[in-house]
Design a protein around this ligand. Structure first.
Ligand code: DQA
Length: 142
């Protein structure tokens, strides 16, 4: 089994940006945590981050035939992107939406998720552990 983990804009600044929402650990820490988890679970993983919406669309499209599941934190594009929703629908790969912060308790504009309807599950407010829970969900429901 091989899982693709995608991270959207500003997540490269984890550890620096708004630690009250996202904690003090860095993007590199997140990558290490996910890699270690996937090693223990004996599955393959690729982890990517981009600040560009179109790149996320391409990464989702390119996952066809290569990955059995996608864990995606589209970050701000969660609340704006029909293109990312359409890409997830197009590839037909099981997808889990993850948010580090508890988006439900934040601003009104964060209450909308375009991608949610195309995802098997949404995990919010569990910090970096949310990614591991998403991976476990994809393994258990493969
Ligand atoms: C986020 C929540 C989004 O609202 C925000 O734009 C992000 C990160 C999260 O992981 O909590 O950049 O997706």
């Amino acid at each position: 089994m091989k899982i693709l983990v995608l991270n959207g804009p500003n997540l490269n600044l984890l550890g620096v940006r708004e630690p009250d929402h996202y904690g003090n650990s860095t993007y590199n820490d997140l990558v290490k945590l996910i890699k270690n988890h996937c090693k223990i679970k004996k599955i393959g993983v690729a982890i990517k981050q981009t600040n560009y919406e179109g790149k996320l669309v391409e990464m989702i499209q390119n996952a066809r035939g290569k990955f059995d599941g996608i864990v995606i934190n589209p970050a701000a594009y969660t609340h704006t992107s029909v293109a990312i929703l359409d890409a997830v629908k197009a590839v037909n790969i099981p997808c889990v939406e993850v948010h580090i912060s508890n988006v439900e308790e934040r601003e009104d504009f964060r209450q909308v998720s375009y991608i949610r309807s195309a995802c098997k599950k949404t995990i919010t407010g569990k910090g970096f552990d949310g990614y591991l829970e998403a991976i476990d969900y994809l393994i258990e429901n493969r």
